[in-house]
Each structure stands twice: as structure tokens, then as C-alpha cells.
Design a protein around this ligand. Sequence first.
Ligand code: 13P
Length: 253
Amino acid sequence: MSRRRVAAGNWKMNKTAGETRTLIRDLGNKLKGIEHGCEVLVCPPFVALETAVDAAKGTVIEVGAQNASWQKSGALTGEVSPEMLEYLGVTHVILGHSERRSIFGETDETVNARLRHVLSGSLVPIVCVGEGLADRESDRTGDVVRGQLRGSLAEVPADQADRLILAYEPVWAIGTGRTASPEMAAEVHALIRGEIAAIFGDSVAEGMRVLYGGSVKPENAAELLNEDEIDGVLVGGASLDASSFAAIIAAVG
Ligand code: 13P
């Protein structure tokens, strides 16, 4: 089965709405000159999403959010619901990013609650998993990633799981300039696919896109994408510049 590759940019807390319009326009212009078949996604901060959707009109660029609530509405100060995002024309949402987990106390349980509510609507969730440096150094990568998958994906019905995208982001590689080697990443991607097969069955696993994230740059994207197990990239810093993200998109193909 062929899986359509994805080049996704996680802008984190960067770019105002005005800067968002400029960056999407510049990226759209660069993409006209690049042959690519992959999905192209940008995930700006919440307050820039409406602008982003508008700026992306007439381009191949899709717009995602960086989180979404487990509830449609209610007394949840600071939260944004999937329904609100859908209303704006947002199509994807990142869930369980390691910065949400480590800085804002998200757990597999909260990620799971968000995911299950997102799946009741139409957004495509991108669920992030990945081990910390201490986990890797003590040979616990497999256990940690499998545990995050089991917890985050608990009670998701198999007929909804085929919409999911997963992102493997080793925490020690995020924003550090250290990238997992292609072989290292591919090994964990294969482990993830195996776990997905155990949870949802072979056909869901075969079709699931598993993205790699962590210091992806134009210089290392092509060798990562050489690995069959790597179905695309989730890019932080290098997605904030139209030229470097366009070069990564070209490498994704
Ligand atoms: P960097 O590409 O800046 O390392 O960030 C990766 C990431 O966290 C994407 O979600």
C-alpha cells in the first residue's frame, strides 16, 4: 500500500497573524516551482489560524492547529475546541506534542481524551510520541514509545484509527540540532507500526503515516526520507522560513 507523504510545519509559538500571511504567501509562491506530491501542512498559533486559512486559499497548503480540547465548549479557560477549528477551515491538529507533555503537564490520558473528541469530528489528528534522552540512554525507547501509543490511543475504534497520523519525535532531537540517524528513526518507526498492528490490525498499520520530527533541515531531510518507514516530517524551526521549508517539501517529494 502506498502512503501519501506529509510535510508538516509546527510553528510553535512563532509568527503573528500578519507574519503568517506573509510566510504562507511566500511558501505558496515557492511551491509553484517545486514538483511534489506530498501533503503540505502548516500549523500556526491559534490566533493566526483564520488568517492562515485565508492566505492558503488557492494553494496546496493545508492548515492545522497545535492542540484541541476534549470538549465542544464549556468552562475550560484557555482551551480551543475542535469544533471551533473546523469552523475556521482548519483540517488537522497536532496532539500530545512533547512540549505540551513536558511543559504543560499533558499526559497520555489528556492526549487520549483530546484525540477521542477530535475523532468524533472531521479534523485529522497528528499524535506525537517520543522518548527522552534518559530513556534512550537506558535502552527504554521501545517501552516508552509503546506505552505512549497504548495510552494515547486507548479506546479508539479501529474504524476511526485510519484517519490518524503519528509523529515520532525523540525529545532529545527537538530544537537541539541533534537528529536521529535515518536508521535509528526507521527502527522506531517500524516498532510503532508493529504496535499499531497489534492494537488496530495489519491493514490500519499498513496505511498509517508515521512522520519523523526533531531538527529536520533541508540538509538532512532527503536521507531521512530514503527510509521506507518514514512517511514524512514534522518540522519546527526550519518550517519558519519559506525557502528552507520549501526545500524540505521538495525532499519529501
Ligand atoms: P525542531 O524541528 O525545531 O527540532 O522541532 C521539532 C518539533 O518539535 C516539531 O513538532
